[in-house]
Design a protein around this ligand. Structure first.
Ligand code: ADP
Ligand code: MG
Length: 677
């Protein structure tokens, strides 16, 4: 049924570290690690984020609103003017027929860098989305080239980090493609009849000849992603016996009695289901879906109490060290008084400390351990792990979940704050029973959300300062801008610094972005302790942070975020006694982006927002906007690929029905282990 290369076990170039690639030394390798690239194989399997379509170069009179185009023409009517403190607007036309605008940050006197650069040239190439304008078509913030781009056709654009350029990534991909022969087919024959072979697909996904070739390659690789995903999900599912926890006794009663509030009906129902699952002899596999602030942690705590009361241990895995620390503190407070011993285990702790925690854990002297991936390394042993809790599941893959379950087949409780449309839930969480907590605790007030035009940006920050003066705290969120000629990460960081020194100069401001290391933690801790008034951040504050004193959130370039993401972000404020307020600063005036943002402004129901997000997603979203399913899959799109998913799931089921643990397919098992899902 399967075709495998002649030398199945061959460990060739692909498994070697990236340092075998030309121009990659230990420093580059370190940066690449940040992108998840450790081996040559990783380079090959890390696909472009998007493509630049340089197939055609249009003249200004040929452009058609509605798509992304590369336009070449004389640069005319160039001018620059300030629009708010530190912010400039550059306007020009290409041949008087296409309007182009750029926003730049520039506080110093004199013209901005981009303006001076443009003054020196007569003609330019601009690349961006063409929109209908008042007088003629327009492009907002296009990428601009002063020479014709070298690459013709579809140019792959890869995710980048500081120290790594797109050109370098292109070069490394070309190099890794030389070893394509080592790649084995992994789809069963009946699927192969309809889809591209694996090697060809890999070649085309990086350097597609045209959009049609791209589509074929994407479909094939999405199919394999879904197939392997389903194999992983279905393999060895619930084969084993689970641990049957005892019915609630004194400890659970004490826990529930000491809660300072009345449980909501949804919470009560969730507790009931968790109790039933945990007491059953079959292992629990349950997902609790509920918005930020809906009170999922109570459910987790209750499960933990129940496990400990039955002599078990609990591991709680969260996606970041900041969250791990917060959660450990929180559990210490709520469970410590019951005599439950809580510990923290993260990679950032001293080796000795980690060692000590691991030892006490193995001896059974710790009841509840909270941590990051550090919890699933081979070194960690549990005395009697009976409950695993995974928070914010969309940050973890099936494999990590499996690794945790490998530590003694505990009951599993997954908690997700990203409500996903019902139509998709089954796909993503196919193997889990789900509980929804839709009702927010009665005392929670919805976040007052406002759409703001850029002209009023200064007012917004004045408002922030007025709240700061009253002792409250604020978040300012920037989208993480990826590579582009004048808006790269550096530019984003610069924008953040401008704000820190400019409009927010009177406040104590901390700054965090995704590429910071340990300091990120420190800045956040300072904010949590109230030593900073404002936290300016890229989306790293998205998940689970809890600073009840924070009441204001400003989201810059709100149109660049997904709706669900915006909803999640604003859930960070108004978590204390005072209500939260959220400003969405939108720099695009297109009706579509307005309509999207209106959804978030008007509704506070995460499940509804998720449905709308899906509905409003335009077909043009290939370029840029985060797609549904992306937290889960790299290529597969849960909405569009439903049919593919059905086929892949069926193929996986068929294969497993003949060989439940895949004993006859060691190569496929190996593939599953390598697959980064
Ligand atoms: P989630 O984990 O779902 O984001 P949390 O469990 O952190 O939400 O709860 C948010 C806040 O609401 C916490 O401060 C928690 O103590 C409080 N809370 C939880 N359930 C209730 C309830 N039923 N009534 C009042 N407050 C509650
Ligand atoms: Mg059980």
């Amino acid at each position: 049924m399967f075709y495998w290369g002649d030398e199945v076990q061959k460990q060739g170039m692909l498994s070697r570290p990236v340092t075998v690639l030309p121009g990659v030394g230990t420093r580059k390798a370190q940066s690449m690690k940040g992108l998840g690239l450790e081996t040559v194989r990783d380079v090959l399997f890390s696909f472009p984020r998007t493509y630049k379509d340089f197939q055609k170069v249009l003249s200004p009179d040929q452009v058609e609103p509605g798509s992304v185009q590369l336009v070449h023409g004389p640069l005319l009517h160039l001018r620059e003017r300030p629009i708010s403190q530190g912010r400039r607007l550059i306007q020009a036309t290409l041949g008087g027929q296409l309007g182009v605008t750029w926003f730049v940050y520039h506080r110093a006197p004199g013209p901005s860098f981009l303006y001076r650069k443009l003054q020196k040239v007569r003609e330019v190439w601009v690349y961006g989305i063409v929109k209908e304008g008042a007088l003629f078509p327009e492009m907002a913030s296009p990428e601009v080239f002063t020479r014709q781009p070298v690459h013709q056709g579809l140019m792959p654009v890869y995710p980048l980090v500081t120290g790594i350029s797109n050109d370098q990534r292109v070069k490394w991909v070309r190099e890794s493609l030389k070893y394509l022969d080592e790649i084995q087919e992994c789809l069963p024959q009946n699927l192969l009849d309809s889809y591209l072979g694996r090697q060809e697909a890999l070649r085309q996904i990086h350097f597609p000849k045209d959009w049609e070739h791209y589509a074929k390659a994407r479909e094939r690789l999405a199919c394999e992603e879904l197939f392997l995903f389903h194999l992983g999900l279905q393999r060895g599912q619930r084969q084993q016996e689970g641990f049957a926890h005892q019915p609630d006794g004194e400890l659970a009663a004490r826990y529930l009695r000491q809660l300072p509030f009345e449980l909501t009906e949804d919470q009560k129902e969730a507790l009931r289901q968790v109790a039933e699952d945990m007491e059953a002899g079959q292992p629990m596999r349950r997902l609790i879906q509920g918005e930020v602030g809906s009170g999922k942690t109570v459910v987790a705590e209750y499960g933990a109490v129940k496990a400990v009361a039955s002599g078990g241990q609990v591991a709680m895995m969260v996606p970041t060290e900041v969250l791990a620390r917060q959660m450990a503190q929180r559990l210490e407070k709520s469970l410590g008084s019951l005599g439950i011993r809580v510990a923290l285990l993260i990679g950032n702790m001293k080796a000795k400390e980690q060692q000590a925690v691991r030892e006490t854990l193995a001896e059974g002297e710790i009841d509840v351990v909270v941590g990051t991936h550090a919890l699933i390394t081979d070194k960690v042993e549990y005395r009697n792990l009976t409950l695993a809790i995974v928070d914010e599941q969309h940050r973890f893959g099936v494999r990590q979940r499996a690794a945790l379950l490998g530590k003694g087949n505990p009951d599993l409780l997954v908690m997700s704050a990203t409500p996903i449309p019902r139509s998709l839930a089954l796909t993503v969480y196919g193997d889990l029973d789900t509980t929804e907590i839709r009702q927010l605790p009665a005392n929670r007030q919805p976040v007052d959300t406002r759409l703001i035009n850029p002209e009023r940006r200064d007012d917004v920050y004045r408002f922030v300062l007025s709240r700061v003066k009253q002792g409250e705290q604020a978040y300012v969120v920037f989208p993480l801008v990826e590579e582009s000629e004048h808006m790269d990460l550096k530019a984003a960081v610069q924008e953040m610094e401008e704000l820190q020194k400019g409009l927010l100069a009177e406040a104590r401001v901390g700054l965090i972005h995704g590429q910071m290391g340990r300091e990120k933690d420190e800045v956040f801790q300072a904010f949590a302790r109230g030593e900073l008034d404002v936290l300016i951040a890229t989306t790293v504050v998205e998940v689970g942070m809890n600073v009840p004193n924070a009441t204001v959130m400003v989201i810059e370039n709100a149109e660049r975020f997904g709706l669900a993401q915006l909803h999640q972000l604003r859930g960070r404020v108004g978590r204390g006694e005072k209500p939260g307020i959220c400003f969405l600063l939108a720099y695009s005036s297109s009706p579509h982006s307005r309509e999207r943002l209106e959804v978030v402004r008007k509704s506070n129901d995460g499940f509804f927002i998720a449905e709308e997000d899906l509905r409003l997603r335009g077909p043009g979203d290939l370029l840029g906007v985060r797609q549904w399913g992306q937290p889960f899959f790299r290529l597969a799109d849960l909405q569009e690929d439903r049919e593919l998913l059905r086929l892949a799931a069926e193929a996986a089921r068929e294969l497993l029905s003949g060989d439940a643990s895949l004993q006859g397919y060691p190569e496929l098992v190996q593939e599953l282990d390598q697959y980064p899902i």
